[in-house]
Design a protein around this ligand. Sequence first.
Ligand code: A2P
Length: 350
Amino acid sequence: DGYTVAILGATGAVGTRLIQQLEQSTIPVNKIKLLASYRSAGKKLQFKGQDVTVEEAKPESFEGVDIVLASAGGSVSKKLLPEAVKRGAVCVDNTSAFRMEEDVPLVVPEVNEAALYNHHGIIANPNCSTIQMMVALEPIRKAFGLKQIIVSTYQAASGAGQSALNELYSEAQDYLDGKDMHADIFPTKGDEKHYPLAFNLLPQIDVLEDNLYSHEEWKMIHETKKIMLGDMDSPEIKVTATCVRVPVPISHGESIYIEVEDKSATTEKIQELIRQAQGAVLEDDPKHQIYPQPINAVGKRDTYVGRIRPDLENEGAFNMWVVSDNLLKGAAWNTVQIAERLVADNLVHN
Ligand code: A2P
């Protein structure tokens, strides 16, 4: 008894957190396989105090594996997860490779755990910015209905991976040393031009599309609809997003404007919903200057909500500020949490 679990991308910013979150989880782990690129093969990492040698990820690596937790990039997932499924594993994928496929559940356990029952071997973990917004808004949607969401994000550097986070630190060092900053990664590896993030803001996350939105903004719009309404193109809730990379190492912030259907909603009622909500913590005491901040969310599994206030011009509209560790609830914790639910609901099969 117990499961054989493979972590794909184990050496990365999310992968190292996947190891920690799995160590702390309720999942009985019999055997752990740590997989990464050929560059990391032979490197030693620890799981529950034991040395584990990292292996190069290949289709055969998934022989005998029950659960795969993947965070090695979209192209790696596209190539290797079908191979893992073929060999009988259930995969929870942190990349965007399969999120919009009809038979792939896109899950935030606090919101749509039941979607797990429809899996065919692959379950997708949503985008980090989408996840924390769902934790904050689903209780409000359930109680009062949602007509519209307008979100602006303040996204941490680590969302682009460990090498991107290192780039922010070296730029900051160069800036303070009076040297030129050198950029190779931000705003996104996959585009032509690169700009420094240190002491700057970049209103581009992922590529800019022909419709003038970034791919990150597109993800927030359509993932929200798929998670809340089960239909990535549902017109029922209007969603728009502006995604901005900020020179913060870890934890995303979001300024969110919502319009609710039920006009009986008040700030106090929304605060109470957040207080009761699973995975959410209310940090909202303006008199004492209490509100969520990225540095306080680092290393925590919860999503912090504050600055809740009624819009002064539009009835039934509210503004709020939401912060969460993008590497934990935005990635590793949500992934392990999904795997815990798969185990608890006896869904580790395909
Ligand atoms: P490696 O460290 O060997 O390059 P991050 O998101 O922090 O950039 O991490 C990406 C993760 O994905 C790392 O663990 C990286 O391993 C892994 N990875 C990158 N390319 C591949 C690949 N082709 N096959 C397997 N793992 C990969």
